[in-house]
Design a binder for this molecule. Sequence first.
Ligand SMILES: C[S@@+](CC[C@H](N)C(=O)[O-])C[C@H]1O[C@@H](n2cnc3c(N)ncnc32)[C@H](O)[C@@H]1O
Length: 258
Amino acid sequence: MLSYQHAYHAGNLADLHKHALLASMLDYLTAKPKPLSYLETHAGRGLYDLSGPESARTGEADAGITRALAQDWLPAGHPLRQALDQIRALHGPQAYPGSPLIARHFLRPEDEAHLAELHPAEHDALARVAGFAHLHRQDGFQMANALCPPTPRRGLLLIDPSYEVKADYASVPRHIAKLARKWNVGVIALWYPLLLDDRQRPMVQALLRDHPEALLSEVRFPPARPGHGMVGSGMFVINPPWGVEDEAGRLGELYARL
Ligand SMILES: C[S@@+](CC[C@H](N)C(=O)[O-])C[C@H]1O[C@@H](n2cnc3c(N)ncnc32)[C@H](O)[C@@H]1O
């Protein structure tokens, strides 16, 4: 399987929602002088070139991060803006950080990072930019299961599957229930698409039943192309750090204007 390539979608409206929330959470968690663990089950290649043929083919970044910057969705000082500015200073004005490099912007030497990426080419590309982390070329849920609860015990797990297999929607709540039991103080954040046929809804209902205190942030947007099935982006966060609810509300207002 593994035909999904995030380069076609990097910086789109879903990435912007996920990455703005991720950066806000990491900004808060790293403000305290206590080490933390950062884990990712589906890391991707870490660094994207928005002037490349993949972005040009879909135009998704133009409607996402490029328009958001033009319309001041990420004011100076916003955690994602800080990470983006740092990446662009290093890699040029069309660079866009994936979640691993957003995390790198915030992590400190005493923090531990573990990233899983199964696709061989994506894994190799990730290895070129993620020297700060332990890399795992294995199934992300297997990695998370083996590591949780991690050391240090404070921290965040990002779960960002490509949902290539329909069965993912059924298995995600089981994986998350197990991880939350093993790591009851961990921030566990799941990204999922909002689909035209609402296929994700039973998964979200199961998650809310199991974790009624979790934060749910959903935003809607026009499909990237006529007939495209994704019409929004969702983040489900167990043990949400302080402040992320405000950011979710701010993003909700911005997306509602689209
Ligand atoms: C949505 S992309 C990740 C994007 C990244 N988290 C970001 O925000 O920049 C999903 C990635 O998961 C990888 N992948 C698919 N199945 C996997 C699995 N079972 N375990 C680990 N990685 C997997 C894909 O190759 C793809 O690169």
